[in-house]
Design a protein around this ligand. Structure first.
Ligand code: ADP
Length: 317
């Protein structure tokens, strides 16, 4: 039995540091470049694993150097990579990421082999059946997400949908999701409502709840995250840190949250509230460091850092 199964993407991130993100038609000189393992799926798997969960990753890479580096990297973290397919014809996915001096980013993704993990593959997998929590996103095909969650729900597993990159969610997938976790941009694309205050957050979440999701958690960047179900609403504040690169903020949050709930016997609003407090810690550390998987902390770091009350202050919302 695994704690967490991630059905999702593996990308090689090409990270370029610039003073300012270029406008259309403009060239700016970059002051740094790094190749860092990423992909929303793989990042979430790494975050859950570094917190201490047993994790299996389901995905697809190309038969190339980037693909080999990505799998090696997950192996080093102790993630089960046996269900990662190799496609002989399509290159491994890549992400082109600009990071400006305030740590803000701008990303374009070439999905490549990530689109080759299809619903027929999912049906052959017992990794989903054998995992307590199943997570997926939209960097792999939406049919694959639906098929994975059907299998997960048939086996009474907890399903977490991270609808990123932003797109409409098919109603069938909403119904199969126990928890939907969009950020502010994704919330606006999905619901047409910008989540700027309590009312707009509740209104946006209600659209997904009425279509059948059990819980909606909207991440609000440096403000933290809102948890909403049909009866309750709460905002859990983020930790005040010096953010240098917000890449993988959402991914480390989701991996941390999945880890926390995989250790519980059931799912409730109160458990989710504690899970979000925990997830806020994981992503607070991640935003203080560069890159995707390179920035995701280990459990021992959480214990060390969050003992230091003087350094880590709460933010007012
Ligand atoms: P995404 O990376 O998907 O855009 P968010 O920006 O909403 O997601 O961030 C996800 C989580 O990361 C937040 O809920 C919060 O816990 C944490 N986080 C993001 N930015 C900051 C920040 N500047 N300071 C502290 N925590 C942050």
């Amino acid at each position: 039995m695994y704690d967490v199964c991630v059905v999702g993407s593996l990308n090689m991130d090409m990270v370029v540091n610039v003073d300012r993100i270029p406008n259309i038609g403009e060239t700016v000189l970059a002051n740094g470049f790094k190749k860092i393992p990423g992909g929303k799926g793989a990042n979430q798997a790494v975050a859950a694993r570094r917190m201490g969960s047993s994790v299996v990753m389901v995905g697809c890479v190309g038969d190339d150097e980037n693909g080999r580096i990505l799998i090696d990297n997950l192996d080093k973290d102790g993630i089960d990579t046996a269900y990662i397919k190799k496609d002989l014809e399509t290159p491994t996915g890549i992400a082109l990421i600009y990071v400006d001096k305030e740590g803000r980013n701008n990303i374009s993704v070439y999905p490549g082999a990530n689109l080759q993990i299809n619903k027929e593959d999912v049906n052959k997998l017992n990794s989903i059946i054998e995992s307590k929590v199943v997570i997926t996103q939209f960097e792999t095909p939406v049919e694959t997400a639906i098929e994975s969650f059907k299998l997960a729900k048939k086996n009474k597993r907890i399903t977490i949908l991270n609808p990123a990159p932003a797109r409409q969610i098919p109603d069938e997938l909403i119904q199969l999701s126990d928890i939907i976790i969009p950020n502010e941009t994704e919330t606006e694309v999905i619901t047409g409502i910008k989540p700027i205050d309590e009312k707009s957050i509740k209104d946006a979440a209600d659209i997904m709840l009425h279509k059948g999701a059990k819980y909606v958690i909207i991440t609000l960047g440096e403000k933290g995250a809102a948890i909403v179900n049909k009866e309750k609403f709460v905002i859990v504040e983020a930790y005040k840190v010096n953010a240098v690169d917000t890449t993988a903020a959402g991914d480390s949050f989701i991996g941390g949250l999945a880890h926390y709930i995989s250790k519980k016997d059931n799912l409730s609003f109160d458990i989710l509230q504690d899970a979000v407090k925990f997830a806020n810690k994981v992503s607070a550390i991640a935003v203080t460091r560069e890159g995707a998987q390179s920035s995701i902390p280990y459990m021992w770091e959480l214990k060390q850092i969050f003992g230091e009350e003087l350094i880590w202050k709460r933010l007012e919302y």
